[in-house]
Design a binder for this molecule. Structure first.
Ligand code: SAM
Length: 362
């Protein structure tokens, strides 16, 4: 048994002594005899141990009588996939940091440690500008919202999309990889997070944030911070509060329902608007939107089959590789069979559509 399981005889004896895996029988000469059920239990114990659980935690996990072998397998599979995603993200983050260093970008101690948590945009943001460019129609609506403000703080600024050219802009962005892609001559950008803005009260006429609030650890706290440092606030975000919102967009409805789970804890639009005293206006997405956000290709479904399009949108990384592969495969099949076109016939004549994007203006 020790040989089969790749552990020492001593380990098996120890598991027996502490009651973790006790063989159901002994042979006439006193050897431990493992039944099929014992083997199953040993496999679970070893798998949880290799995932880093302590002996006591493993004892609780495998000792739970309400959990059968299938549930353990599902749980183990989920944990392993999470670990794989994390490893992938960390490798990508290391590659990005190497690239940033090669370009001479300074990487602060906070960012170096942040990499251990594989900060999402350090991992996935390396090719952001290939598909995520300022859309002029969405920009016009955001800039309209800025009114006559002269000093502007852009929070979660990324590579600088939607920063107005005719005002005094300061940017804040925690990811070194994103900061490194800001075009030469763009507004000065500091490494900081929305939840703790390094500015005195009322330092700016307006604070803006575009497509970033759903990444913040504390969205409401970040919005309050924006309100503290600026007299006005303009935020492009997403309404995931209305019942049935997941069905607004065919991609979420028919191929990637996991998107709904990602936003399960995201505050409703009203919960975000209230603390900063904002009103919300819909932001229609043009059919040829040049900012490749998640919903951008609602009338150009083939775009979602391209890896670089998906990589510039965090949703695809966050749902996990299995959901991503399944969604892409099904979409590809439906495009080939004509099922997608049949189901979404009414989209063909639309120039723009409302998929839940909202501009909060306070
Ligand atoms: C989808 S990008 C949007 C970037 C840019 N605003 C745009 O419209 O292209 C989201 C950005 O939010 C940043 N971010 C993540 N967590 C943040 C936080 N707590 N505070 C501020 N920005 C954050 C990410 O690093 C990333 O650059």
């Amino acid at each position: 048994m020790a040989e089969l399981a790749g552990v020492s005889v001593r380990t098996l004896h120890h598991y027996d002594q502490i009651g973790l895996v006790q063989p159901s029988a002994r042979t006439a000469v006193g050897y431990r005899a493992y039944s099929a059920d014992d083997v199953e239990r040993l496999r679970e114990v070893l798998a949880y141990r290799r995932l880093g659980f302590g002996l006591r935690e493993v004892a609780d996990l495998v000792g739970d009588r309400s959990t059968d072998a299938i549930t353990h397998l599902h749980r183990l599979r989920g944990l392993l996939m999470e670990r794989r995603d994390h490893t992938d993200a960390m490798v990508a983050a290391i590659n990005r940091e190497l690239e940033a260093r090669a370009k001479g970008v300074t990487v602060s101690p906070e960012e170096q440690l942040g990499m251990l948590g594989a900060q999402l945009y350090d991992a996935i943001g390396g090719d952001y500008t290939a598909t995520r460019r300022t859309d002029p129609r969405i920009a016009a609506q955001i800039w309209d919202g800025l009114g006559d403000a002269q000093t502007v703080l852009n929070v979660g600024a990324g590579t600088g999309s939607y920063e107005p050219y005719d005002r005094d802009v300061t940017a804040v962005e925690p990811s070194a990889v994103m900061r490194a892609q800001r075009p030469a001559g763009s507004a000065p950008c500091m490494a900081a997070v929305a939840e703790s803005l390094p500015f005195a009260d009322q330092s700016f006429d307006v604070a803006m944030a575009v497509s970033t609030v759903h990444h913040w650890r504390d969205p409401i706290g970040g919005l309050r911070e924006m309100r503290r440092v600026a007299r006005r606030v303009v935020v492009l975000t997403f309404d995931a509060g209305e019942p049935g919102w997941q069905d607004r967009f065919w991609l979420t409805r028919d191929y990637l329902p996991e998107f709904g789970d990602l936003l399960a804890d995201f505050p409703s639009l009203a919960a975000m608007a209230e603390p900063i005293g904002a009103v919300a206006e819909p932001v229609p997405i043009p059919w040829d939107c040049t900012d490749g956000l998640f919903e951008a290709y609602w009338r150009r479904p083939r775009a979602y089959l391209q890896d670089h399009v998906r990589r510039a949108v965090s949703t695809w990384t966050r749902v996990g590789q299995e959901a991503e592969r399944r969604a892409v495969r099904r979409l590809s099949d439906d495009l080939t069979s004509g099922k997608w076109a049949e189901r979404n016939r009414d989209l063909a004549d639309l120039d723009a559509t409302d998929l839940g994007l909202r501009l909060l203006i306070a």
